[in-house]
Design a protein around this ligand. Structure first.
Ligand code: FAD
Ligand code: DHB
Length: 389
């Protein structure tokens, strides 16, 4: 088989890139290792920046988001006692959209199915060949056969554990990593959210986040040990711990119920440079990971897609290689700002095992500065709603 762009990974990055390219007449094949049900079963991000919202509209995949998503004009921060609000719209003119990654992915899969463009599920042993030549190709196993796709370009959208990044020779890339000494325990429950807006908490017992998917679907997180076993956390243990971290009025208002999903995620910052090797381009989690605090993972994947999509369309429509040659530097400039924000917001809100009294006083002073200073709030809000592409 021959295509213009072989896209490895059918997560949000790969699907969004495929749909945008399709609408501009560029052919792509999406190769996904898992089943569609498996991809749609993952509960991940929930907050979308306006840049991603606009890209979904350009991809023709914004109708359900506009109908069912929730526009949030601000967020709440708490020290575990009381709360203060950061008003995104007053400070930046921009809100954010609360709409789950699962739903974004579902909408993109539906659009792809309607377009009739090819997606291969359960593609095993995906292997990239000759990416540093003008004639790259990809092989994979499906239905007991090895198949080959010849292409002009390869988009590595296969997440942190994919093959794309590892295909780049070790001496041609540099990796930067920070692992945090804690994780997040997340619970999804069919209960009304405790508040109309998200609440980020730095309590004496650790970080907590109250988020949501809709009026009757709540997403809550508490800071836990990085190696914590989810089996150690019964629903009751989770709700009790969450209540202990929330301000008393929110704890009293919390409606609890059975969890429908519960998982532990480690927190990590990671970037690989460059994001291009020959005709292979890395996109999204394949190139970088942020700790989830501030919801930058999916949104940063979206800005990579934006740059790569325009680079490829420029190439096919006008023969220009400027976008392709500039992709890595352009994407990385924005990636590092998202890395900085996610690191800062994580550092502000979590309790560290080795935190000294001095460290804790500084953290409290920083939260207090954010409460009282409009300039500090504006810097936070600009990053949270998303820096320009
Ligand atoms: P992925 O979503 O990882 O998609 C990559 C796809 O490639 C997957 O479908 C995978 O099956 C496929 N694949 C992998 N290897 C291969 C292969 N060899 N061949 C073919 N296909 C392959 N971000 C937030 O903003 N907020 C959150 O709350 C949040 N929670 C998260 C929780 C978890 C457990 C994880 C892992 C991430 C979370 N993130 C969160 C980050 C966010 O979900 C990611 O940034 C986003 O999914 C990136 O999209 P992607 O398409 O680049 O990668
Ligand atoms: C969610 C996750 C985040 O990391 C965040 O900062 C906000 C919301 C969520 O899953 O809803």
């Amino acid at each position: 088989m021959r295509t213009q762009v072989a896209i490895i990974g059918g997560g949000p990055s790969g699907l969004l890139l495929a749909q945008l390219l399709h609408l501009r007449g560029v052919d792509a094949v999406v190769l996904e290792r898992q089943t569609k049900a498996h991809v749609l079963g993952r509960i991940r991000a929930g907050v979308l920046e306006q840049g991603l919202v606009s890209l979904l509209a350009e991809a023709g995949c914004a109708d359900r988001m506009r109908a069912e998503g929730f526009v949030h004009d601000g967020t709440l921060l708490s020290d575990g006692n009381d709360m203060f609000r950061i008003d995104f719209v007053a400070l930046t003119g921009k809100p954010v959209m609360v709409y789950g990654q699962t739903e974004v992915t579902r909408d993109l899969y539906n659009a792809r199915a309607e377009s009739g463009a090819p997606t291969v599920f359960c593609a095993e042993n995906v292997t990239i060949h000759d990416a540093d030549t003008e004639t790259p190709h990809v092989t994979y196993d499906a239905d007991g056969q090895t198949r080959r796709i010849d292409c002009d370009f390869i988009a590595g959208c296969d997440g942190f554990h994919g093959v794309s990044r590892k295909t780049i020779p070790a001496d041609k890339r540099q990796e930067f990593e920070k692992v945090y000494p804690f994780g997040w325990l997340g619970v999804l429950s069919e209960t009304p959210p405790v508040n109309d807006e998200l609440i980020y908490v730095n309590a004496p017992r650790g970080f907590a986040l109250c988020s949501m998917r809709n009026e009757n679907l709540s997403r809550y997180y508490v800071q836990c040990d990085a190696s914590d076993d989810v089996k150690r956390w019964s629903d009751d243990t989770f709700w009790d711990e969450l209540r202990l971290r929330l301000p008393p009025d929110q704890a009293a208002a919390l409606v609890t119920g059975p969890s429908i999903e519960k998982s532990v995620v480690p927190l990590r910052s990671f970037v690989t440079e460059p994001m291009r090797w020959g005709r292979l381009f890395l996109c999204g989690d394949a190139a970088h990971i942020v700790p989830p605090t501030g919801a930058k993972g999916l949104n940063t994947a979206a800005s990579d897609v934006y740059y790569l999509y325009h680079a490829l369309v420029d190439f096919y429509e006008s023969g220009s290689v400027g976008g392709i040659d500039g992709y890595s530097a352009k994407a990385l400039a924005r990636v590092w700002k998202a890395e900085r924000f996610s690191w800062w917001f994580s550092s502000l809100l979590h309790r560290y095992p080795d935190q000294s009294g001095f460290d804790q006083k500084l953290q409290a002073a920083e939260l207090s500065l954010l409460r009282s200073s409009e300039a500090a709030q504006r810097a936070m809000a600009e990053n949270y709603v998303g820096l320009p592409y």
